[in-house]
Structures are given as structure tokens and as C-alpha cells.
Design a binder for this molecule. Structure first.
Ligand SMILES: *Cc1c(COP(=O)(O)O)cnc(C)c1O
Length: 364
């Protein structure tokens, strides 16, 4: 028997969540964001789950090529653009769209444009504005000039105007509220014609009434994770990854006994400790503290002691029927990944993406 840990991917829930995103942005087209191996769910599964998307968006050029090879024939967008001039060839060969966020990317394109145009290549590009996040993009006052440089090239087809929000889950953010990023975006794009794309999941879920998008870019919500602000369930989302395992050992301990590395947990009375075949080498966060929730046979209990590489320990004292072989749900259906993430001081995104290679994946 293989080690009992397994990740179950719920492809139908991806379809459900995509429909939620589309319902929240009537009239807008939707990119299904599936960077990072579909946020850990598998590229091919995400491609199937997002079959109804108008396009797929990611950052990995090789994965974009794989999407084409697997038969995706709608648009594909490289969210970080091309990383060197050679990527322009890949874009031409596989019909990829790309973000353009810096002068270097403009220069590579200008250098290649005569050759590209001669071959009849036209790229649909997405000019990115840095509206305050200070990650990628042109400053608002440099945006129109970059737009003009793109427009002047015959190898450029459509130009979509895009930006990315730092705090779409926190409208009242004291330093960079979403309204301020929108203000800068409007300023920088004033007078420019073309499609617009602003909203990530938080924008789609919390600001759909105020943001005008021709294309939305939901990611985390499609996998049933919350982008913040409220629970995934309250947004009508369904989890797409359930990480489960089994109890593989039980220890009956008494007051004063300690559990795990560092002996960080000491029993105050008699306890039953369940040992679960799941550890940080499976992608479970080592930072998950005592008290982090988990389900045993569908009943909520808590972690005790430190997470180790291949095992973690849970409190079975109030679960007398639990035994070796009892099913444990670490996150997913019945146990929101965001609750586990919050307990561990991180976000659901990171847990999904960190699912380890050694964990077998099934669909269900
Ligand atoms: C990852 C990403 C998204 C999706 O963000 P979520 O918070 O997962 O919805 C959207 N746009 C860009 C540019 C991204 O890199």
C-alpha cells in the first residue's frame, strides 16, 4: 500500500468557481490564471477546469507552450511578458500574448519588429501600468509614451491596458487604497483607446460594481481560495484541492508527557495522540502551530506538537472511535485551506502552490 497521503483535485469545482467569476463581472471576458502549475492543482487539470474561460494566463513560457501542445486554442497570456528576445520567437510560434512592462521589452520588440512584420507576425500585447504597487509596469506619466511606441510597430496588434492591485481585499488601506490605484490608472490611460484589464480575484469579488474591466484576471478564487476580506464559502466558492491522509499510529500519554521535536507540547492530563502521515515534505507548513485545525473522520480537532518532515500529531482525546486508518483531512472539503493558512501565518495561495511532488494526486 502506498503511504496514505493523497491530494484530490475537484475539477468540477473549478468550473463552478469560474462561473462565479464570470457572474460577478457581466460582460467581461475572463482569463483563467493558472500560473504555478495551476496554483498547485496541475496544469492540465486547470486547463480542463477552465475550459469555459476566454483565455488562460500564466508566467511560465514553457508551460504556455505545453498548453498549446495539449490543445488549448484560445488566447494565452504571459503575465510577466517575455524574458528575452528569444521568447518573441516562442510567442510567434505558439501564438502567445504577453504583458509589456518595461523599456527593455519595448527595445527587444523594436529590434525584432522588421523581421517579425516581414513574416506576418502580429502580437496582441498588454501594456502594464505601475499604478502604485511598484512591482511591474510603467509609471502613469510614462504610460502614454510607451503606448505610442507599441502602437508605432506593425508587429503589434491589439494593446490592452492593464494594471494590478496591491490591496483589492482592503478598500480602506491607509497607504494604497484601490481607489488611488484606479485614479492613477485613469490618469495614465486618459485619451488612450483599447481594452482594459484590472481585476484579480479580490477585484472581481469585492469591487465588481466600481471597476470597468474588459478582461478580468481571477486566480485564487477559481481554486476555491479566498483572496482575503471574507471566507471562500461566503463568496460562493468551492474548494478544488483536498489534502487527506490517515492516522498511522496512536500514543496514549499522561500528564507531563511531551510530544514531538523540541517537546513543545506537554500534556496536562491523559491524552490520545494521533500520528498523521503528512509533514512539511508533503507541503504542509511547518509553521502551523499547536491548535491548527484538522478533521479526523470528519470531526474537527487540533494539531499538537511540531509538524515534522513526514508526520504531524493531532489530539484524539475527544475522538474515542478514531483508530489507525481513520481518515484525516488537512485542508479542502470540510476544512477551509484559508483557516489552516491563517493559523500558519500564511495564505491559502502558498499552501496550494507548495503541494509537494511526492504527494499522489487523484481527481474526484
Ligand atoms: C496571479 C495574478 C493574478 C491572479 O491573482 P489572484 O489574486 O490569484 O486572483 C492576476 N493578475 C496578475 C498579473 C497576476 O500575476
Amino acid at each position: 500500500m502506498p503511504r496514505p497521503i493523497v491530494a484530490t483535485i475537484h475539477v468540477d469545482s473549478m468550473k463552478h468557481n469560474l462561473a462565479r467569476a464570470k457572474a460577478n463581472a457581466p460582460g467581461a471576458k475572463a482569463w483563467g490564471v493558472l500560473k504555478a502549475n495551476g496554483y498547485g492543482h496541475g496544469l492540465e487539470r486547470a486547463m480542463r477546469g477552465f475550459a469555459d474561460a476566454d483565455g488562460l494566463a500564466l508566467v511560465e513560457v514553457d508551460y504556455a507552450v505545453r498548453l498549446r501542445e495539449m490543445g488549448w486554442n484560445k488566447p494565452i497570456l504571459l503575465l510577466e511578458g517575455y524574458f528575452d528576445p528569444a521568447d518573441l520567437e516562442t510567442m510567434a510560434d505558439y501564438g502567445l500574448q504577453a504583458a509589456v512592462h518595461c523599456n527593455e521589452q519595448l527595445e527587444w520588440l523594436e529590434a525584432a519588429q522588421a523581421d517579425l512584420s516581414a513574416r506576418g507576425v502580429q502580437f496582441d500585447l498588454h501594456l502594464k501600468m505601475n499604478s502604485g504597487m511598484n512591482r511591474l509596469g510603467f509609471m502613469p506619466d510614462a504610460y502614454a509614451a510607451a503606448h505610442a511606441r507599441l502602437s508605432a510597430m506593425s508587429c503589434v496588434g491589439s494593446i490592452t491596458m492593464i494594471t494590478h492591485f496591491a490591496n483589492a481585499d482592503d478598500a480602506e488601506h491607509p497607504l494604497l487604497p484601490i481607489a488611488e490605484q484606479v485614479r492613477r490608472f485613469e490618469l495614465g490611460t486618459a485619451g488612450l483607446a483599447g481594452s482594459r484589464s484590472l481585476s484579480n480575484s479580490a477585484g472581481v469579488l469585492m469591487h465588481q460594481k466600481t471597476l470597468r474591466n474588459d478582461w478580468i484576471r481571477p486566480g485564487i478564487m477559481l481554486y476555491g481560495g479566498s483572496p482575503g476580506g471574507a471566507t471562500a464559502e461566503s463568496f460562493g466558492l468551492q474548494p478544488c484541492m483536498t489534502l487527506s491522509s490517515e492516522i498511522i499510529g496512536i500514543q496514549n500519554i499522561v500528564a507531563g508527557d511531551v510530544v514531538g521535536y523540541g517537546s513543545r507540547f506537554q500534556a496536562e492530563g491523559p491524552m490520545r495522540i494521533g500520528v498523521v502521515a503528512c509533514g512539511y515534505a508533503d507541503g504542509y507548513p511547518r509553521s502551523a502551530p499547536m491548535g491548527t485545525p484538522a478533521l479526523v473522520d470528519g470531526v474537527r480537532t487540533r494539531l499538537v506538537g511540531r509538524v515534522s518532515m513526514d508526520m504531524l500529531t493531532v489530539d484524539l482525546t475527544d475522538l474515542p472511535s478514531a483508530r489507525v486508518g481513520s481518515k484525516v483531512t488537512l485542508w479542502g472539503q470540510g476544512m477551509p485551506i484559508d483557516e489552516v493558512a491563517t493559523a500558519a501565518g500564511t495564505i491559502g495561495y502558498e499552501l496550494m502552490c507548495a503541494l509537494a511532488q511526492r504527494v499522489p494526486v487523484v481527481e474526484g
